[in-house]
Design a protein around this ligand. Structure first.
Ligand code: URP
Ligand code: ZN
Ligand code: ZN
Ligand code: ZN
Length: 460
């Protein structure tokens, strides 16, 4: 039986802030209050002067990602160790079948590679890369096994992307089953046309990735997805929204009655298009989709967070080593898309959001933890600190300053997109269901204790 008491920390949730002790037993929070009496011999941790946050939830990671002819380099052990060191105790990863693969086959593969390896809890969004009767039958089965969100790509046509008939089929099914549909919203055909034009003009470096998928292409995809949500009545979730133009489309659609949520990534808040212009192919480190944008998009995104227009903060962790990035040395279209970021998401958001006064500390917790739990059926087991919730806790010392670097990070990838950036705060203690997994920013826990989280569909 695991037991732990965390004393005198400043507990901060999406709605409350107060100093108290937290007693954890058997994986859950058993008591909260001042000067708690606990059984003799229980481990005590003094969190005086530090925050105690609910474990953070990353709603968008790719630990296992077969993509663009290669495979992302983390596995469930390395990714969850890194996530925990950065305060993230639950990952919502993506299970992505190949186009001609059966969804259940992919589901089984994802189970095999994660069970007994993950060090934090996890679940998946089930990607739909083809839609027919067999797929529909298997999706019903997968929902009954506890995966209650789907993923569709409007981008990556010819690979992961699907057409309107499939999108409508998936969304109708999602509406029937009470499942959320997450979507990558960029117009695939427009990208294809622009990529061909740029390459024909000899514009082949990583700096041309953004011009091949400009903001209007994302705005178009966002509007389109929102209209599909309106047509079917399905609950939608726009992943990695990167720019003001697309945000306006989402807000317009929300006002018109579309039941859609918006997620933005830490990369789009603090990195910009000039990073993809770095010389000697270094720009390839910053190639992802939707691309890093002009800096002028960052204030609207921060404001969207501050006011809750943007619900959640994701990482879209997609780690490819430089050797893999070099597949696109002669053609930016072949650079594996993705930026590794799950370890640093929370601390960069705290530093650039809370410390600068751009985002209130409760909204910080809400966006980086609570909202994801609510939208994806994990609340209040995850996403808050209350009696009965899982004892997933982060003791955060806001006084410690550290520089992010590939030299010290725990992700299994050979660069850090935030190299040299100073962050304020360190995760002093991180627990998963009461098990101490991190102390002083380092993993000290048990490998393989991460559990697959079975979720329930939403009642309509
Ligand atoms: O560039 C990205 N975002 N790579 C990961 C796959 C995706 O589109 O989310
Ligand atoms: Zn995407
Ligand atoms: Zn992604
Ligand atoms: Zn370390």
């Amino acid at each position: 039986m695991s037991q732990l008491v965390i004393r005198n920390g400043e507990i901060v949730t999406a709605s409350q802030r107060y100093v108290a002790d937290i007693y954890c037993e058997d994986g859950t929070i058993k008591a909260i209050g001042p000067n708690l009496d606990v059984p003799a011999g229980v481990e005590e941790y003094d969190a005086r002067g530090k925050y105690v946050f609910p474990g953070f939830i990353d709603p968008h990671t790719h630990v296992r990602l077969p993509f663009m002819g290669t495979m992302a380099v983390d596995d469930y052990e390395s990714a969850t160790v890194a996530a925990l060191c950065g305060g993230t105790t639950t990952l919502i990863d993506f299970c992505i079948p190949e186009r001609d693969e059966s969804p259940l086959h992919a589901f089984n593969t994802w189970q095999e590679v994660s069970q007994g390896k993950a060090c934090s809890d996890f679940t998946w969004h089930m990607a739909v890369t083809r839609f027919d009767e067999e797929v529909e039958r298997e999706l019903r089965e997968i929902v009954s096994r506890g995966v209650t969100s789907f993923k569709v790509f409007l981008a990556y046509g010819g690979a992961l992307g699907v057409d309107d008939a499939a999108l409508l089929g998936v969304m109708k099914l999602a509406k029937e089953l009470g499942v959320v549909v997450t979507a990558h919203c960029e117009n695939s055909e427009m990208i294809d046309t622009l990529q061909k034009k740029l390459v024909a003009e000899g514009k082949i470096g990583p700096e041309w990735h953004e011009p091949s998928r400009p903001t209007y292409v994302e705005a178009e995809g966002t509007r389109h997805f929102c209209n599909l949500a309106r047509t079917t009545g399905a609950e939608g979730y726009i992943v990695h929204l990167s720019c003001e133009e697309a945000l306006k489309e989402a807000v317009d659609a929300q006002l018109a009655g579309a039941n859609v949520w918006v997620e933005t990534l830490i990369q789009h808040l603090v990195l910009d298009h000039t990073d993809a212009e770095r010389p000697n192919f270094e720009g390839a480190k910053f190639v992802m989709s939707p691309p890093l944008r002009d800096k002028s998009n960052q204030d609207p995104l921060w404001n969207g967070f501050a006011k809750g227009i943007i619900a959640t903060l994701g990482s879209d962790h997609a780690p490819f080593d430089m050797e893999q990035k070099r597949m696109g040395e002669d053609n930016f279209c072949l650079i594996p898309n993705g930026i590794p970021s799950l370890e640093d998401r929370v601390r960069v958001f705290f530093t650039e959001g809370v410390q600068t006064g751009r985002v209130d500390i409760h909204r910080f917790v809400d966006a980086a933890s609570t909202q994801a739990a609510k939208i994806f059926g994990l609340f209040p087991k995850k996403g808050t600190i209350q009696i009965g919730s899982d004892a997933d806790l982060v003791v955060y010392d806001p006084e410690v300053k550290e520089k992010l670097s590939v030299e010290t990070h725990h992700m299994n990838v050979d660069y850090n997109p935030f190299e040299g950036r100073e962050v304020q705060g360190r995760c002093e203690l991180v627990t998963v269901r009461g098990n101490v997994q991190v102390r002083d920013g380092e993993f000290v826990g048990q490998k393989g204790i991460g559990e697959f989280l079975k979720r329930k569909p939403k009642m309509s």
